[in-house]
Write a protein that binds this ligand. Structure first.
Ligand code: 6PG
Length: 251
């Protein structure tokens, strides 16, 4: 069974986006108070998108000193930055542009490059920009993640190997089901974070969430199970529908 530090269940997808936005602001305030800077790795997907829109909205945007936030990415599709599939484009249009974030505070994965070279280049960026832990992994203040119905997270898909004992910081896995490469942080990098938040909602996630949280540890089948922060905390943020088959929601 997956160890988990925190499970937060909210009413629906709308409430979830709000909770994710609030969680991000809290993590940001904490990091700014302790270190004067907030380094966050953004996720792709529908829940983050709704949360980014909220963060940039008049209601929330005044709650954080965005000039001290640096934005990185947890994964990227192998497309140019202006492609509709690009996670960077999604974050730029929903969050970064509306907040007027300086280009120098945005560190994107180069999805338009040769995948392996782009992964290696991003690893260099992370090493140069972030504090490194004892294992040589860059330490984010917050890594935001989603989970797919197949149990994937970031671009760690079932069948992409190796999920464990991977010494690279960023990989370029070939994803059979999409017949394409992706760029993704590896478990080594994700698990070095001070805080990891996994947000997921909807009935397509119900079975996977029960298997991931209540089933046996099998990260080759459910890659999101590999998310186990070495020194930080993990928070699952889910909606009522996704949580419907969890055996115990309070532990
Ligand atoms: C991506 C993501 C991916 C995503 C999940 C969940 O680029 O697609 O980073 O890992 O978080 O697929 O996506 P939804 O929230 O849209 O279900």
């Amino acid at each position: 069974m997956l160890e988990r530090s925190n499970l937060i269940v909210v009413r629906d997808a709308e409430a979830l986006a709000e909770r994710v936005a609030r969680h991000t602001l809290d993590a940001g305030a904490h990091a700014l108070a302790l270190r004067g800077r907030f380094d966050v790795a953004l996720a792709g997907g529908s829940t983050p998108k709704a949360a980014y829109e909220l963060l940039a909205s008049p209601r929330f945007r005044g709650e954080l000193d965005w000039s001290r936030v640096r934005f990185f990415f947890g994964d990227e599709r192998c497309v140019p930055p202006d492609d509709d599939q690009s996670n960077f484009k999604m974050a730029r249009t929903t969050l970064l542009d509306p907040l007027g974030i300086a280009p120098t505070a945005i560190f994107r994965m180069r999805g338009e490059g040769e995948p392996r070279a782009a992964a290696a280049a991003y690893a260099d960026v992370l090493r140069a920009q972030l504090e490194l832990d004892d294992a040589g992994a860059p330490v984010f203040d917050l890594v935001m993640l989603g989970m797919g119905p197949d149990g994937h997270t970031a671009s760690l898909f079932p069948g992409t190997d190796p999920l464990e004992d991977d010494d690279l910081l960023v990989r370029a896995p070939y994803v059979e089901k999409f017949t394409t490469f992706r760029l993704t942080l590896t478990p080594k990098t994700i698990d070095a974070a001070r805080e990891i938040a996994i947000a997921t909602a909807g009935d397509t996630k119900t079975d996977a969430l029960a298997a991931v949280l209540d089933g046996p540890f099998d990260p080759k089948r459910y890659p999101v199970q590999i998310v186990r922060p070495r020194n930080g905390t993990l928070t699952w943020l889910v909606d009522d529908v996704a949580a419907a088959k969890l055996r115990s929601r309070d532990s």
